[in-house]
Design a protein around this ligand. Structure first.
Ligand SMILES: Nc1ncnc2c1ncn2[C@@H]1O[C@H](COP(=O)(O)OP(=O)(O)OP(=O)(O)O)[C@@H](O)[C@H]1O
Ligand SMILES: [Mg+2]
Length: 474
């Protein structure tokens, strides 16, 4: 028999959750507030699992989690949240939650998770959830796709350790954002987070940037310089575009990682440093190792933990949330009120493949917010639309598609009836039916806007007005 404590201010929900479980295997206790949880855990040594709602009346679920962990660090805790928040997911995992789950969840997932936490079985879990718009913090990772939630959980799990992390993903996917989130959630958060772009500097300058140099170390070295490895002492150093680092610099970096020691360029003094390394690349390091341009030993040192950020086109469910986020951010920045996005514009944004990922989306919203004069953004307000490039795979497919077959499926069954009832008028009859359907559909699409409908269909406004009257389409 396993004892579970369920903490949720919704009594009915708690009871129905408990009813999902086999009473021969699980016994439930309930609390509606976080305040009593500490005492409960102290008094009940036999409790096997705590399930905690994030939103509790007096204490937040995350505070309760911290309390529980102080009293009994190995007691598994499942955090249940009403909405997806990557910050909550990161924090929950960082504070040692067994799992982070968002409502509404699949019942089977919860059951598997509880079984696993209680040592009954070992099925892994997946997190899913709907959107609920909340105010976001600066630097927060926005997203609700399963991929993003998994990344948030991983950040929470690795943040507290000093393990080197390798982040990879296409340009603009948010690699630096993730690196900063790791630092912000680590014990080093009050010390420096420094970033070096390894692709931007030639070899000697990069080395001096990283390790510093002594006066006179090379032509132009008029002063002694302290490098990033010294400046970031007890902090985090973010090495961006690590795939572009030269082999020589790589070997020096490897030594710092192994021995936590280095010398300034042109110097003899050995300097010790305590720096956490997070590296990022949009190149395939595996390919670089095959080409011989990246050291295999360094690769394994850097990727103690690796985080892959999938391109935006593979997690389209994040687009709407990001759009909303950037609109609010730019509205604040530009001191205007947030704009809405028309249905068509949203379709365009959803269809686009975003080769430049979140950064490209961000830039498009910036331009649209600056340029648009109306309070609703339209497709033409976005650079991706006006550039009209081939990347924009709009509904041009419609033109290529052959709809004859589709229409025949409708006409074939009614043809015998038409022949019987209206010989000599069938063509005219079908033509008006078709015309009426097309105009109705387009009007509906543009919320009854006649200018847009006539322009889009390619008929004059007079013709449109005439047809609306004829077919009674008001
Ligand atoms: N999930 C996200 N939520 C909110 N903002 C995001 C997200 N992902 C990326 N961004 C924003 O998109 C821009 C690009 O992100 P970032 O610089 O972290 O990407 P990157 O992977 O380092 O790109 P590059 O390879 O071009 O350096 C930044 O302004 C960042 O704040
Ligand atoms: Mg970057």
């Amino acid at each position: 028999m396993k004892n579970i404590l369920l903490v949720d201010d919704d009594k009915d929900l708690s009871q129905s959750l408990a009813n999902l479980f086999d009473p021969e295997k699980f016994r439930f206790d309930f609390l509606e507030d976080g305040l009593e949880v500490g005492e409960y855990v102290r008094e009940h040594e036999d409790v096997d699992l705590v399930m905690l709602d994030v939103n509790l009346p007096s204490l937040s679920g995350l505070d309760v989690l911290r309390q529980i962990k102080q009293i009994k660090s190995d007691l598994p805790v499942i955090i249940i949240s009403g909405f997806v928040s990557t910050e909550n997911a990161i924090e929950a995992m960082r504070e040692g939650a067994f799992e982070y789950l968002t409502k509404p969840f699949e019942i089977q997932k919860l059951i598997d998770m509880v079984n696993k936490a209680c040592g009954y079985s070992a099925k892994p879990r997946v997190v899913e959830g709907p959107v609920d718009l909340v105010e976001h913090e600066v630097g927060e990772i926005i997203g609700q796709s399963a991929e993003i939630v998994e990344i948030a959980k991983l950040i929470g799990q690795v943040a507290k350790s000093d393990a080197a992390v390798l982040i990879f993903g296409e340009s603009g996917t948010g690699k630096e954002l993730v690196a900063r989130a790791i630092h912000r959630n680590s014990n080093r958060r009050n010390n420096a987070f420094l970033s070096v772009n390894c692709a931007a500097l030639p070899e000697t300058l990069l080395e001096s940037e990283l390790f510093g140099h002594e006066k006179g170390a090379f032509t132009g070295a008029y002063f002694k310089r302290i490098g990033k490895f010294e400046q970031a002492h007890q902090g985090t150093l973010f090495l961006d575009e690590i795939g572009d680092m030269s082999m020589l610099t790589q070997s020096k970096l490897l030594r710092v990682l192994q021995e936590k020691q280095f010398e300034r360029v042109g110097g003899n003094e050995t300097i010790s440093t305590d720096v956490r390394i997070i590296a990022a690349t949009n190149k395939s390091l595996v390919q670089c190792m095959k080409d011989g341009s990246f050291r295999v030993d360094l690769f394994y040192r850097l990727k103690v933990v690796s985080i892959y950020i999938p391109p935006l086109r593979e997690r389209k469910s994040d687009v709407a949330l990001l759009v909303d986020h950037f609109i609010k951010r730019f509205a604040k920045q530009l001191q205007v009120s947030p704009k809405k996005v028309s249905k068509q514009a949203m379709q365009v944004l959803n269809k686009y493949t975003w080769p430049g990922n979140v950064r490209e989306l961000e830039n498009n919203l910036h331009t649209a917010m600056v340029m648009s004069k109306s309070d609703t953004l339209q497709p033409e307000d976005f650079p991706i639309y006006s550039e009209g490039s081939s990347k924009l795979d709009l509904d041009l497919d419609v033109l290529k598609d052959d709809y004859t077959e589709t229409f025949m499926k409708i006409i074939d069954p009614i043809m015998p009836k038409l022949i019987a009832s209206s010989p000599g008028q069938i063509f005219q009859f079908l033509e008006s039916a078709f015309e009426r359907a097309v105009i109705s559909s387009c009007l509906k699409h543009f919320d009854g806007n006649q200018v847009k409908t006539s322009e889009t269909l390619g008929i004059s406004r007079n013709t449109l007005r005439d047809r609306i009257a004829r077919y009674d389409l008001y």
